[in-house]
Design a protein around this ligand. Structure first.
Ligand code: KG4
Ligand code: ZN
Length: 368
């Protein structure tokens, strides 16, 4: 990664992620990169409801976040006085869940007399490959595929994000989750559906039987649509004998249709921008078949693929700590709250449940 010499004012950053159903905390440092990261997943809490229940998520973050911060600081062998800044996910996400992280971040920062910075969750995902030894070179195209978003982004400079295409309905992760639920795999089911797909009977007869559409592929733009695919899955499933083998076959061909769509649009985006570096990030980037297919694509065009480790694909605190480290050391931080005149802060949104990635500002100076 291209570096510029720069004074590091905030060498050790605590990162907090609470935008959805993962309570996650990490510490990123100037000298040694990631020092510790801890994740407490609420999956078991929400599983029986077939999706995330926002109020339960907020309450569980309240219970788990402070102890998890203590654990993380201890496992990094640090004291709280070593922390020089706190980054938290400001949005997008569930409002109550975000408020827990933001409020605790600001409270701790006030008592420790250090700055805070609110981070865009998707920027966190997008910068996660910077946690690896081989850092992506600029410019790059990023395929961001999570439970809530499916985006192709052109990144000429860190912090400057141009949306090339996005889903007009369901996100790719949502498409995985909904069909996983249909197949009785529970929530979230992306990884489980992928596992079931490995047991499929792959042959010409089945490829005809489980013929799923490739939505939007004949459209010239780079947008995606996954809701039709989900409907096709419901119809196919209802017509099938619902045996374990049929479920595995359906999972395989369904996954293939999602991956094929992501692959083709990504290929178009690279050709259109004439960029040969690709970053993939977000929960669905943990999918092995997708990683392999995009790896083949990048080899065929002599390009480079940058992937976060599986544990930094899904929601985590490391990506937030890293983004916070970059932004705090680029002279950006939250405005201080005036505790003597709280009425004046009323318009100062502490979290942004909806927040466009394109509203972010460039990170000019960074060293990593
Ligand atoms: O980024 P993430 O942890 O949370 C959001 O910000 O949404 O992404 C979660 C999504 C879920 O939809 C989950 O089913 C999906 O990522 N996912 C996968 C895999 N692992 C997680 N989808 C397909 N294959 C996987 N191996
Ligand atoms: Zn996420």
């Amino acid at each position: 990664m291209h570096n510029q010499t720069h004074n590091i004012k905030y060498p050790i950053i605590l990162g907090i992620e609470t935008s959805c159903d993962e309570t996650a905390v990490a510490i990123y440092s100037k000298n040694n990169g990631l020092l510790a990261h801890e994740i407490y997943s609420q999956v078991d809490l929400h599983n029986k409801y077939g999706g995330v229940v926002p109020e339960l998520a907020s309450r569980d973050h309240i219970r788990k976040l402070l102890p998890l911060i203590n654990t993380t600081i201890n496992s990094a062998n640090l004291n709280k006085s070593d922390i020089s800044g706190i980054a938290y996910t400001k949005g997008p996400g569930l409002i109550g869940a975000l408020l827990v992280g933001a409020t605790l971040a600001k409270t701790l920062a006030y008592s420790w007399n250090i700055p805070t910075i609110g981070i865009h969750h998707l920027e966190g995902h997008l910068l996660a490959p910077l946690l690896e030894d081989t850092k992506p070179s600029l410019p790059f195209v990023a395929l961001l595929v999570s439970g809530g978003h499916t985006l192709l982004v052109e990144v000429q400079k860190l912090g400057k994000y141009k949306i090339l295409g996005e889903s007009i309905d369901d996100a790719a992760g949502e498409a995985f989750d909904k069909t996983a639920k249909l197949l009785g795999l529970g929530y979230p089911g992306g990884a489980k559906l992928a596992k079931l797909a490995t047991k499929a009977n792959v042959n010409i007869k089945n490829s005809e039987k489980y013929k799923f559409p490739r939505p939007m592929l004949n459209k010239p733009n780079l947008d995606f649509s996954f809701s039709g695919l989900k409907t096709a899955a419901i119809n196919t499933y209802n017509k099938s004998d619902k045996s374990e083998q049929s479920k595995a076959d359906l999972a395989y061909y369904y996954q293939e249709a999602i991956i094929d769509t992501l692959y083709n649009k990504t290929k178009k985006a690279l050709a259109q921008t004439n960029i040969k570096n690709l970053v993939i990030a977000g929960g669905v980037s943990a999918n092995i078949s997708l990683r392999q297919k995009l790896d083949d694509l990048m080899q065929s065009i002599n390009g480079k693929l940058y992937l976060p480790k599986i544990e930094y694909c899904t929601d985590n605190g490391a990506m937030i700590a890293l983004a916070g480290y970059l932004r705090l050391n680029n002279n950006q931080q939250d405005q201080e709250i005036n505790y003597n005149n709280l009425d004046n802060n009323i318009n100062n949104n502490i979290v942004l449940p909806r927040w466009n990635l394109t509203d972010l500002t460039e990170i000019n100076n960074y060293i990593i």
